[in-house]
Design a binder for this molecule. Structure first.
Ligand code: IPD
Length: 291
């Protein structure tokens, strides 16, 4: 008991980290079961931005479990579905959980087998740990700042490829179908493909894509238009596996900017950045920034 109290004092977030893994697993079970039944689909920002009752239910379960364990007012929360329902998307210095209950909702709806629960935790605006449960594959990815990244308890390490010609790159096209943006996205993909690289891929979930970078299965993943809940957990996992994050213009990574390149190393990241045709997106915390 005394030992446990001392541990908690020395390391205030280990309990939260362990509990996040438990909650992610529980959430994944709910998603798996829900996938066996008929799925009722609604839309959000556009006709291709899908949401289901499962997204909402799973977010409630996750936040409910965290509040029950740690107290209702101990932490702040940023959750994809809470934000969709009008809750603020503001990262403050207060310890904050950043949650995507079902990353890859379109996959979930179609039975495409990559769907992830993504739970991250930030303190003083810095990411402390991240958990991504790829629930249909039953792969539990997790990482804590300074303590390494793991998949089902096996240590992760990014690929050591430095030659872009020997790389696989992941990109996604998100849910904005305005022709100017789609043109830029496909033009970027064409430019990267023609470098040439070995291949272009996309799993349909940003969280899983980042874990694939962390595993060394691909060299990089980039996207403009993702949200903080899609990438917060993956960001810790990539960094702890030895990878890096940058903005799509080569500047520092900014979690709320909705733009990101994650890569195994700087050489690959900067080579891709040369080919990216950027476009503007409203920041996740735009409301605060406009004040
Ligand atoms: C989406 C996925 C997808 C990415 C989109 C995200 P959601 O998340 O991560 O891979 O391209 O930008 O919005 O909506 O399924 O949680």
């Amino acid at each position: 008991m005394v030992k446990k109290m001392q541990q908690a004092k020395d390391d205030p977030w280990q309990e939260a980290y362990d509990f996040a893994v438990e909650v992610a697993r529980k959430a994944g079970e709910v998603i798996r079961k829900a996938g066996e039944c008929e799925i009722k689909v609604c839309t959000k920002s556009s006709t291709v931005d899908l949401v289901t009752k499962t997204d909402e239910r799973v977010e409630k379960i996750i936040i409910g479990c965290l509040k029950e364990k740690f107290g209702p007012d101990t932490y702040s929360f940023i959750g994809e579905e809470s934000v969709a329902q009008g809750k603020p998307c503001i990262l403050t210095d207060k310890p904050t959980w950043i949650i995507d209950p079902v990353d890859g909702t379109t996959n979930f709806v179609h039975g495409f087998p990559f769907v992830a629960v993504s739970i991250a935790f930030a303190v003083e605006k810095k990411l402390e740990f991240g958990v991504v449960y790829s629930c249909l594959e039953d792969k539990m990815y997790k990482a804590r700042k300074g303590k390494g990244a793991f998949c089902n308890d096996e240590r992760l390490q990014v690929s050591d490829v430095q030659d872009i010609h020997k790389s696989i790159i992941i990109s996604e096209h998100g849910t904005d179908r305005s022709p100017e943006k789609v043109t830029k996205i496909f033009s970027t993909m064409q430019r990267i493909l023609c470098i040439p690289v070995h291949g272009l891929r996309g799993s349909g979930t940003a969280a899983t894509n980042m874990c694939l970078v962390a595993c060394g299965a691909v060299e990089a993943f980039f996207e403009i238009g993702i949200h903080c809940w899609d990438i917060a957990a993956g960001a810790v996992i990539v960094r702890e596996a030895g990878g890096m994050l940058l903005d799509v213009d080569g500047g520092p990574f900014d979690l709320m900017s909705r733009r990101m390149v994650s890569a195994n190393n700087k050489i690959i990241a900067e080579r891709i950045i040369k080919e990216i045709e950027t476009f503007s997106v409203e920041r996740d915390d735009a409301v605060v920034c406009k004040k």
